[in-house]
Design a protein around this ligand. Structure first.
Ligand code: SF4
Ligand code: SF4
Ligand code: SF4
Length: 329
């Protein structure tokens, strides 16, 4: 609206809503396309028809963009009040590959992550806000058991740090510091007091940021801390990533009892880090390994010889004699 008036569009405190004083200081209706799309239907069919759908506080239907670790991705339109479980498992077809559901992030980058024990939550504006998330843009990102929730928070805070326009300090500097601390935690450099510092920065941004971006930006951190605090503590205190996801906190290891010397991993390793020979158990040179994960992906599932370790030390290499794979094996 500021641009339509010929001025530079920039964030400002909004004490008066635009439907009271907007374009040219006149009442102006500013809504997104999804809302406008409902208007002709309501005019044609009547308000009673529209309010037949939904809950007491959230009327009608809502379109969600269902993505992430889910079988059926795409846009889904459901009546308000549909449970997360129905959206994810009945409509979305659940998690592919037999993996376990871990969380769903709703509302776009500054939404929150909702854990498994809240799958029966009925979606609605108030319901999502109450559990630390929001309806926002209608994004719904499904995460499985291999997702690290600390890294999820780091990822969204990184996105929001980029998006910050820089006008006010709590958002510009606060997010930058939050990103630095979260990155350190995912790299095994977290220290005592980090969680408390992140909480303080979040509180300041929520209270003092100028616009909604800064005020809602701490949500990804706050919700993952609320529901997955043990993951933060494992990263900081034990230097361990429970989801075996943070690169700096894991090692790849070939189990000598499972390796069949098929040579697949050695051929694909981009760092030439796998000591391979015909009929010999393969061994990863931990000094050369860049933790790219290729060997883990290419080792045939029937062997499943490559494993990820986090926190525990990598066992020493087996002796040359024990590396020989005999026919009976
Ligand atoms: S909260 Fe962030 S995006 Fe909003 S005005 Fe402040 S710096 Fe800019
Ligand atoms: S993780 Fe990557 S670099 Fe390391 S051994 Fe496997 S393929 Fe090679
Ligand atoms: S792909 Fe698996 S079974 Fe084949 S050599 Fe590598 S670790 Fe052994």
């Amino acid at each position: 609206m500021t641009a339509l008036e010929g001025r530079v569009g920039e964030p400002r405190p909004k004490y008066t809503r635009s439907n009271i004083k907007g374009l040219w200081e006149k009442p102006s209706v500013l809504n997104n396309v999804e809302t406008w799309a409902n208007v002709p239907l309501i005019i044609n069919n009547g308000a009673d028809w529209f309010t037949e759908y939904g809950t007491d506080t959230s009327k009608g239907t809502k379109i969600f963009s269902l993505v992430g670790k889910i079988t059926n991705t795409g846009l889904v339109e459901v009546p308000m009040g549909t449970t997360l479980r129905d959206i994810i498992f009945t409509i979305g077809g659940g998690i592919p590959g037999g993996r376990k559901f871990k969380a769903v992030q709703t509302g776009g980058p500054s939404g929150g992550c909702i854990p498994e024990d809240m799958l029966d939550l009925q979606v609605g504006f108030d319901e999502l806000t109450k559990v630390g998330s929001m309806m926002g843009s209608g994004g719904m990102i499904v995460m499985d058991e291999d997702t690290c929730m600390v890294d999820v928070a780091r990822y969204f805070i990184a996105f929001l740090t980029d998006e910050s326009c820089g006008k006010c300090l709590p958002c510009r500097e606060g997010l930058r510091q939050m990103l630095k601390i979260l990155t350190n935690i995912t790299q095994g450099k977290g220290k005592e007091g980090d969680i408390e510092l992140l909480e303080a920065l979040s509180e300041t941004a929520k209270e003092a940021a100028l616009c909604a971006l800064g005020k809602s930006a701490p949500n990804p951190f706050l919700s993952t801390l609320q529901y997955f605090r043990e993951e933060y503590e494992a990263h900081i205190h034990d230097k361990r990533c429970p989801a075996l996801s943070c690169k700096e906190l894991i090692s790849y290891y070939i189990d000598p009892t499972q390796c069949k010397a098929c040579m697949m991993c050695a051929r694909k390793c981009p760092a030439d880090a796998i000591d391979s020979a015909k009929n010999r158990v393969h061994i990863i040179d931990q000094d050369k390994c860049t933790k790219c994960g290729t060997c883990f992906e290419v080792c045939p599932p029937r062997f499943g010889a490559v494993t990820k370790l986090s926190g525990e030390p990598v066992p020493p290499p087996v002796s040359e004699e024990d590396r020989i794979i005999r026919k009976s094996k």
